[in-house]
Design a binder for this molecule. Structure first.
Ligand SMILES: [Zn+2]
Length: 224
């Protein structure tokens, strides 16, 4: 028998039907109308258990978060490509990127700090210039663009019209970075995720759904 299905939480609202959502952590969130009984929810979950377990398996097969040990040869992602870490003693004082990530050996033992700082600097210039490009294309101009340390929110938009992007996003392919930028730029005009919002995103980026899907399925790759 498959293991019991754990319900993370049940969200009650004025909705009319029950919806089951599988989280990236392979747990369940159930959205239900106020008057539906617990027993009814349990029955439904039993009925749907085969489908739920299939979804759990799918989620578990997605890429796992990388835990870096900062050893020679370890893979670091940058704009969707893999760069093995390589320590060098050539007198350089900054991190370089060829087909490998070249890190001065003198940066040990604070390698983690230096690599994060490098990612951040790269994010500032890369995301900054992509943002400027899309801003010119769309005519939507943010009041400011900041690079944040957010762990899961790749992009966000403030009520004052500023955009924030996590430096971690710079690990993703450029087309994914572009999607997050366009998404946030559209929020400057449309703060919610209404059909109107998605229609605008689609106008600017007809294949946005594919990029959004990539981000959902690979988000653990970007955690660091
Ligand atoms: Zn959004």
């Amino acid at each position: 028998m498959p293991p019991a299905i754990r319900i993370e939480k049940i969200v009650r609202s004025r909705r009319r039907s029950i919806a089951i959502e599988v989280t990236p952590q392979a747990t369940l969130i159930v959205r239900a109308p106020h008057r539906v009984s617990q027993a009814h929810i349990d029955t439904l979950i039993r009925e749907k258990s085969a489908w739920i377990h299939k979804k759990f398996d799918e989620v578990k097969q997605r890429p796992q978060a990388i835990v870096h040990q900062y050893g020679e040869g370890e893979i670091f992602w940058f704009l969707g490509r893999q760069y093995p870490l390589h320590y060098v003693d050539d007198g350089r004082t900054t991190i370089g990127r060829t087909d490998r990530l070249l890190v001065p050996r003198a940066f040990q033992p604070e390698v983690r700090h230096h690599i994060r700082r490098w990612y951040r600097q790269e994010a500032v210039s890369e995301i900054g210039s992509r943002c400027m490009y899309f801003s010119m294309m769309t005519g939507y101009s943010p009041a400011s663009v900041r690079i944040s340390d957010a762990k899961q929110r790749w992009g966000s938009c403030t009520s004052r019209g500023g955009l924030n992007f996590s430096w971690r996003l710079i690990q993703a392919p450029l087309e994914i970075v572009d999607y997050v930028i366009v998404h946030e730029l559209v929020h400057l005009r449309q703060m919610d995720h209404s059909p109107k919002f998605w229609k605008k995103v689609e106008e600017l980026m007809p294949d946005y759904a594919r990029r959004r899907k990539w981000l959902r399925e690979n988000e653990r790759l970007l955690r660091m």
